[in-house]
Design a protein around this ligand. Structure first.
Ligand code: GTP
Ligand code: MG
Length: 583
């Protein structure tokens, strides 16, 4: 996943000045991240951003959000149209097919509109009056999708009444903009919340993700009429950044469910099917055919690659109209369940998403993560590390997975491929944390905690919320929450882990200097901005390399001394920062 916008902060003007008065920010930015109405409600309810005292508005279950979004997507169409158009006329023209629930415009190789009708029949009505273009020398495949081109019959008539169309932004802020926003913030807590606000998926971007899945579902449905294509991963778990990939899986389980209803009387009816030697081969065959369909018939599906020999076979492609890089898998219900778990953790406390976004951006800025598969830490692993860290606070900010399992009722029971994936699905049944630590403190202590973590012997385990002995010798061991014998970070090399540890120690050191009134030499880059700047981290490590002890050891010693004197330290739990003038 690409975290555009944080990689190249080095040559930016140092215009923004740090505010002298550091005030607490009471802004609630936490929300399940998928339903705009919920997000708006939470932004309005001020006063609880920095504490565990959360907004008590009932939060939707993951399955409810998925269902609602899927239905919206199935009633929607995508229209590419010329720049010179009157929005009013455009909507009037479309409403001949039925009332429109909502719409938005965005730019991606041209101007597009996503229009959501109130009824599904309107889509069929629009398709019935749409023609397949004649292509001159080329030939068109007459595939009737929900993606259209709108052409003007009389361009001059339209331009005179052209309205100013507001385009929804689908990209993260530029490095320069982000840097300015961070430096203009009033406290480190404000910086973390600003970063979250700027990078999180917008309502429109989320809609576009569900819509893109439903377009792929239309294609797969030619073979498997009752299938569903569901988004998972960061598109739906609350931790997605603008620009992140779109993970989707072809769910064929609905087909199986259907047959349950037909087992009436003394007979059992089964389909005649083709057998293959294993589940994996079945998956490969299905994905291979769907990959071919996307390549040959899917409007705007380009660069289709069938990566069928991977541990989890997939089809990767770009969807031009939405601009998403898509990964399509099948048989991936555990990953969907992981997404639900992360959604719950992200929605439980407003600090979780802010911290995860900042750590992910920090990791990307220092090339600890990459969009290319390799020996790096993944965003998924980083999220697990933050969750684990928050489970270890006193009092804990997040409950353990075992606790969430203990709250589950019969309806929540979920066994997938023999793995117990049960946990409570109703967020409103989980008691909010009484912990009131600030984001600034949590950020600093995250770096200290993992800067000193005994990775050589301990495993990270969110199921129990405590370190366990490593069952195997991989440098980094993070237990897969559901397939508990697996390590989600098995790919991480010792050198990548060491890089993470060194950077965590350096970042803790930078933040500690700030808290004690010793900002970094380039003092206009403060707080999170200083941490995201690769050159700052490099300078710090270069300075340290000149001295005798290895950087990591000295920073470790320093951290030990910070810990022992932490009670004298200057961060209050209400988010205000005081400067120690004696140092
Ligand atoms: P970004 O795409 O980087 O924003 O984050 P992501 O959470 O979407 O990660 P990614 O696209 O790599 O993976 C998508 C989802 O697959 C994750 O959210 C997890 O649910 C699941 N997943 C990823 N890596 C692993 C892994 O190593 N083990 C398991 N069990 N699941 C994984
Ligand atoms: Mg992803």
């Amino acid at each position: 996943m690409a975290a555009r916008g944080v990689g190249l902060l080095t040559h930016l003007p140092l215009r923004a000045q740090r505010s002298q008065v550091l005030r607490p920010i009471h802004r609630l930015l936490s929300c399940p991240g998928t339903v705009a109405a919920d997000a708006r409600k939470e932004e309005q309810s001020s006063g609880s951003a920095e504490t565990g005292s959360e907004d008590r508005t009932p939060k939707k279950r993951f399955s409810e959000v998925q269902k609602e979004r899927r239905e919206q997507a199935q009633r929607s169409v995508l229209i590419h149209f010329p720049n010179k158009i009157s929005e009013k006329k455009f909507l009037k023209y479309l409403s001949q097919h039925g009332p429109i629930n909502n719409h938005f415009f965005y730019e991606s190789f041209g101007l597009y509109a996503v229009v959501e009708f109130c009824q599904k029949e309107s889509v069929a009505s629009l398709q019935s009056v749409t023609r397949t273009p004649s292509m001159g020398t080329e030939a068109a495949i007459p595939f009737r999708s929900r993606c259209f081109h709108l052409k003007l019959k009389n361009a001059s008539n339209q331009t005179s009444e052209q309205s100013c169309i507001t385009r929804s932004n689908q990209s993260p802020p530029s490095s320069k903009k982000l840097f300015e926003l961070l430096c203009d913030a009033e406290s480190i807590d404000d910086q973390l919340n600003t970063l979250l606000k700027e990078f999180q998926l917008t309502e429109e971007n989320t809609k576009l993700r569900y819509f893109t899945c439903s377009l792929i579902e239309d294609i797969a449905a030619a073979y498997f009429p009752d299938c569903a294509v569901r988004p998972f991963g960061s598109s739906v778990n609350g931790f997605g950044k603008l620009g992140c990939d779109l993970d989707m899986f072809l769910d064929l389980d609905e087909i199986g469910k259907f047959s349950d209803h037909k087992t009436l009387g003394n007979f059992l009816m089964e389909f005649q099917v083709k057998n293959v030697p294993s589940e994996r081969i079945a998956t490969q065959k299905i994905l291979s055919v769907i990959g071919e369909c996307l390549d040959h018939f899917g409007p705007g599906c380009v660069g289709v690659q069938k990566i069928l020999n991977a541990r989890c076979p997939l089809v990767r492609f770009s969807h031009q109209a939405s601009g998403f890089q898509c990964d399509l898998t099948t048989n991936n219900r555990i990953a969907l369940k992981s997404s639900e778990l992360l959604y719950i953790y992200g929605a439980l406390d407003s600090r979780v998403r802010a911290l995860v976004f900042s750590i992910r951006c920090w990791a990307r800025a220092h090339s600890l993560t990459s969009s290319i598969p390799g020996a790096w830490i993944t965003n998924f692993s980083l999220t697990m590390m933050v969750i684990f860290f928050l489970q270890k606070r006193s009092p804990p900010i997040l409950p353990t997975l075992d606790y969430l399992k203990s709250l589950a009722d019969a309806e929540d029971k979920c066994i997938i491929e023999g793995h117990n994936c049960t946990f409570v699905c109703d967020l409103n049944r989980i008691k909010p944390s009484g912990n009131t630590e600030t984001l600034e403190l949590l950020l600093k202590e995250f770096f200290e905690y993992f800067g000193n973590f005994a990775f050589n012997k301990n495993s990270i385990n969110i199921r129990q919320g405590k370190e366990q002995n490593k069952p195997e010798p991989s440098p980094l061991h993070i237990q897969n929450p559901f397939e508990t014998s697996l390590n989600i970070s098995k790919n991480v090399s010792q050198s990548q882990l060491q890089k993470f540890v060194d950077l965590a120690r350096e970042s803790a050191w930078i933040l500690h200097q700030e808290v004690n009134g010793h900002p970094s030499p380039s003092s206009k880059l403060w707080g999170l901005a200083a941490l995201l700047l690769p050159s700052v981290a490099k300078n710090v490590s270069q300075t340290k390399r000149k001295k005798k002890k290895p950087a990591s050891e000295r920073v470790k010693n320093l951290l030990e001394s910070i810990k022992s004197s932490s009670t004298e330290n200057s961060t209050n739990t209400n988010g205000t920062r005081t400067v120690n003038t004696q140092t």
